[in-house]
Design a protein around this ligand. Structure first.
Ligand code: NAD
Length: 469
C-alpha cells in the first residue's frame, strides 16, 4: 500500500513522527505513515519551483493529453481506489465508487475547458490583450470527508493552468490522495505534482511558505481564518472553501412521497459529513407531519456498518475528534429540549465511530447543533407558517454555502432563491454540485470559487499586454 510522500517524482519517506491511519468502522490500523518535517516542506517547495520553470511553458495539447491519460488510469483503478476510500473514510462502497466516478467526471470537464485570451480595443485603435498566466507553486490542503474528489477539485485546475502543485491531504485520509498523486506522476514531469503528509502544523508550514504563490484550502472555517490571517502578511492569494449550515425550505405544494428521499439524501449524504448537506430543514405547517413521518421512516430504515458490507447504507463518523464533538453537541441539544422523532433508532455497531441517523424536533435555534455546522447524521426539522419569516431565519447564520427550495411552483422558487444568502441555491434538490457551475461560499463559508472556468481562472494571474496588433 502506498503510504509515503511523493515529491520530485519519487516516493519519499517522512522524517517526522509516525501517524496511524485508522479504518473508522473497524478501528483497525490500515497503515502508518511518517509525517514530513519542516525541512522536507522546504525541499518539496524547491522541487516544485524548479519544475515550474519548464512546466509553465508546455503546450496546451501536452497538458490536455497528460490529464486525459491520468483520467484513463483512474478509471482502470476505480475499484481499488473505491475500496481504499471506503476503508479510510468509512463511506459505503457504492458511495466511494460514486466518489471515484465524480472525480473522473470533474477531471474530464475541467480538462475540456479553454483558458481565454481577451482582446480589447480603445477608441484610438490601440489593442490590449488579457492573458491568464500560471501563478507558480500552488499549495492545496484537503479535508477528510471526500478525500479523492476534493483533491481532484484542487489539483486538476491548478495543473490545467500550468502550475505546479503540492497537496497536503488530511492526516485521517491520506491514502487515496497518495494513490492519485502516484498516478499523476506517471504522466507528468518530476516535481509538477507533489504530496506531503502530516497534521495541521505541516499544513501551516506549507501554506505560510514564501515559495508558495497560491493557497487553495477546503476545510473548517476556523483553519480557513488562520490561513487568511497569514496571507494578510504575505499577500499570497487564497481560495477558501469552508463550512456550511445549509437550510432547506419545503413549501406546502410538494408531493411528499416524491421528495422525501431526496431531502433525506441531501441531509444524510456521507453520514451528514458533507459541506453542502441540508443541516436545517424548514417545513410548512400544512405538510409538516407528513414530511416528518416520511423522514423518520427513512432514518429508521438505515443500516449502519462497515462500508464494505453489502447491507450497509450509512458509515461512521470519520474520526474520534469529530465523533466526540458530535456526541457533545447532541447531548447538549437534548438537554436543551430537543426531541428525537425516530420511532426505532437504527442499531449502532459496537466497534467504530458510529452515530445513528436522527431526526430532531423542538431544537432551540441557539443550540450549537442548529446554529453551527454540525457535520453529522442529524437533521433538525422546524415547522413554519410565514415564508418571509423563514427566509429571514434561513439567512440568520454566519454561513452561506448552500440552500434549497422545494416546491412545484418554479416561478416562486426562483423568486425566493434570489432572497436566500447562499453561494448555491438548488430548486427541488440539494448538494447537487456540478463541474459546469461555479461553487463558492459567502460569509464564513469561503472566499473565491471552484469549478468551471471561474474556478480554473482562480489558478491564474491576469496579465494585460498593451499595443498588440
Ligand atoms: P480541518 O480544517 O480540520 O482540516 C482540513 C485540512 O487542514 C487538513 O488537511 C488539516 O490537516 C489541515 N490543517 C489543519 N490546521 C491547519 C493549519 N493551521 N494550516 C494549514 N492546514 C491545516 O477540516 P476537516 O475537519 O478535515 O474537514 C471538515 C470541514 O471541511 C468542514 O467544516 C466542512 O464543511 C469543510 N468542507 C468544506 C467544503 C467546501 O467546498 N466548502 C467541502 C468539504 C469540506
Amino acid at each position: 500500500m502506498l503510504n509515503q510522500m511523493i515529491y520530485n517524482g519519487k516516493n519519499q519517506q517522512g522524517q517526522g513522527e509516525a501517524i496511524a491511519v485508522l479504518d473508522p468502522a473497524s478501528l483497525q490500523v490500515i497503515t502508518t505513515f511518517h509525517s514530513a518535517t519542516v525541512a522536507q516542506v522546504d525541499a518539496v517547495v524547491a522541487t516544485a519551483q524548479q519544475a515550474f520553470l519548464q512546466w509553465q511553458h508546455c503546450s496546451d495539447q501536452h497538458v490536455e493529453q497528460s490529464l486525459a491519460a491520468i483520467a484513463a488510469d483512474l478509471l482502470d483503478s476505480r475499484d481499488e481506489l473505491a475500496r481504499l476510500i471506503c476503508q479510510e473514510q468509512g463511506k459505503p462502497l457504492a458511495l466511494a465508487q460514486l466518489e471515484v466516478d465524480m472525480a473522473i467526471y470533474w477531471l474530464n470537464v475541467t480538462n475540456a475547458l479553454e483558458i481565454p485570451v481577451l482582446r480589447q480595443q480603445d477608441e484610438h485603435g490601440k489593442v490590449m490583450q488579457t492573458y491568464h498566466r500560471p501563478v507558480g507553486v500552488v499549495a492545496s490542503i484537503t479535508p477528510w470527508n471526500w478525500p479523492l474528489m476534493i483533491a481532484i477539485w484542487h489539483i486538476i485546475p491548478a495543473l490545467k493552468a500550468k502550475n505546479c502543485v503540492i497537496n497536503k491531504p488530511s492526516e485521517y485520509t491520506p491514502l487515496s490522495t497518495i494513490f492519485l498523486v502516484d498516478i499523476i506522476n506517471r504522466h507528468l514531469p518530476a516535481g509538477v505534482c507533489n504530496i506531503v503528509l502530516g497534521e495541521g502544523e505541516i499544513g501551516a508550514a506549507l501554506t505560510q511558505h514564501r515559495g508558495v504563490n497560491k493557497v487553495t484550502f477546503t476545510g473548517s472555517t476556523v483553519v480557513g481564518q488562520q490561513i487568511l490571517s497569514h496571507s494578510a502578511q504575505s499577500l499570497t492569494p487564497v481560495i477558501l472553501e469552508l463550512g456550511g449550515n445549509d437550510a432547506a425550505i419545503v413549501l406546502d405544494d410538494v408531493d411528499v412521497n416524491a421528495i422525501a428521499e431526496k431531502i433525506f439524501n441531501g441531509a444524510f449524504l456521507n453520514a451528514g459529513q458533507t459541506c453542502a448537506c441540508i443541516k436545517r430543514l424548514y417545513v410548512h405547517e400544512n405538510i409538516y407531519d407528513a414530511v416528518l413521518n416520511a423522514l423518520v421512516t427513512l432514518a429508521d430504515q438505515q443500516v449502519l456498518g462497515h462500508g464494505l458490507e453489502a447491507s450497509t447504507t450509512m458509515g461512521p463518523i470519520q474520526n474520534i475528534k469529530h465523533y466526540h464533538k458530535v456526541k457533545t453537541m447532541l447531548a447538549a441539544a437534548l438537554e436543551e429540549g430537543a426531541v428525537i422523532a425516530n420511532r426505532v433508532v437504527p442499531a449502532v455497531p459496537q466497534q467504530g465511530y458510529f452515530i445513528a441517523p436522527l431526526i430532531l424536533t423542538e431544537v432551540k435555534e441557539q443550540s450549537q447543533i442548529f446554529a453551527t455546522e454540525q457535520f453529522a447524521p442529524i437533521l433538525p426539522v422546524v415547522k413554519f407558517k410565514d415564508i418571509a419569516q423563514v427566509i429571514q431565519q434561513s439567512n440568520d447564520t454566519d454561513y452561506a454555502l448552500g440552500a434549497s427550495i422545494w416546491t412545484q411552483d418554479l416561478d416562486q422558487a426562483a423568486q425566493l432563491a434570489g432572497q436566500l444568502q447562499a453561494g448555491t441555491v438548488w430548486i427541488n434538490s440539494h448538494a447537487d454540485v456540478s463541474p459546469h457551475a461555479a461553487f463558492s461560499g459567502w460569509k464564513k463559508s469561503g472566499l473565491g470559487s471552484s469549478f468551471a472556468l471561474d474556478g480554473l481562472l482562480q489558478f491564474t494571474q491576469k496579465q494585460v499586454i498593451h499595443g498588440v496588433v
